[in-house]
Design a protein around this ligand. Sequence first.
Ligand code: NAD
Length: 264
Amino acid sequence: MDLGLKGKTALVTGSTKGIGKAIAVELAKEGTNVIVNGRKLEVVQQVVAELKKKFPETTPQAAAYDLSQDAQRQKLFKAFPQVDILVNNMGIFKPMNYFDISEETWQKFIDVNFYSGNALAKFYLPKMLKDDFGRIIFIASEEAVMPSGEMPQYSLTKTMNLSLAKSLSKLTKGTHVTVNTIMPGSTLTEGVQQMLTDMYKNTELPETEWESDFMKHHRPLSQIQRLIRPEEVGRFTAFVDSPYSSSFSGEALRLDGGLVPTIF
Ligand code: NAD
């Protein structure tokens, strides 16, 4: 299916690896010109080169900025004053005991996971409204609606994404601009692979069984009993970015393999 994204420009924050990179790849596959973001220029340039080689008809660009810093965001805005699609994907997570979370840590999580996306939306949304087309997507997590208690400082920021996306969607009434949140469940990124390695490397369990054991004991509510693949999140995000997805507005979209128990 052609998603109608050819020639559009998309900024995907935190797109040098993991879910963000998978989103960048799926968007480029659809002919979108992706602005790749990360903090290290050489890593960002590497991903840009990869995209250009794989999808030569597109024009990927490098945006190496730490978007948790206002001065760096201003540089981004100067270099890329307009985008059709903004995917606020960048985020940090770390299991922590509530009593060990300092004020500084709370602030850092809020700055990186919430405030940066807010600042980007505030800058790009008025231009989208003027053009009468745009997509803003926040990549939250099932932790937004079902905090596990394993990382309170993270879960809070994901709930903040949901609330903000809903408020922003109210500003788009009657236009062809949409703002939505996607909530993936546990996804097999390099970071999650490392977590599995750390958990199981000194056990008897063969590597082929790590994922199923993890799901059985740590994600017992998952219906699919497997980790989600980054490409699955990428494909779904590309679909929600598409002009054909114009009826998703202010939605909190679940992509968690049935992890969050609901009645329907
Ligand atoms: P990741 O750690 O694999 O990648 C994060 C990306 O963000 C990297 O490209 C990194 O360079 C970039 N980044 C981090 N801080 C940055 C900053 N200050 N400025 C610019 N770039 C920065 O992460 P991931 O696992 O792919 O997660 C991506 C998003 O998906 C996050 O918002 C996360 O909360 C969410 N999520 C992840 C999972 C999962 O299981 N992996 C599940 C649900 C939601």
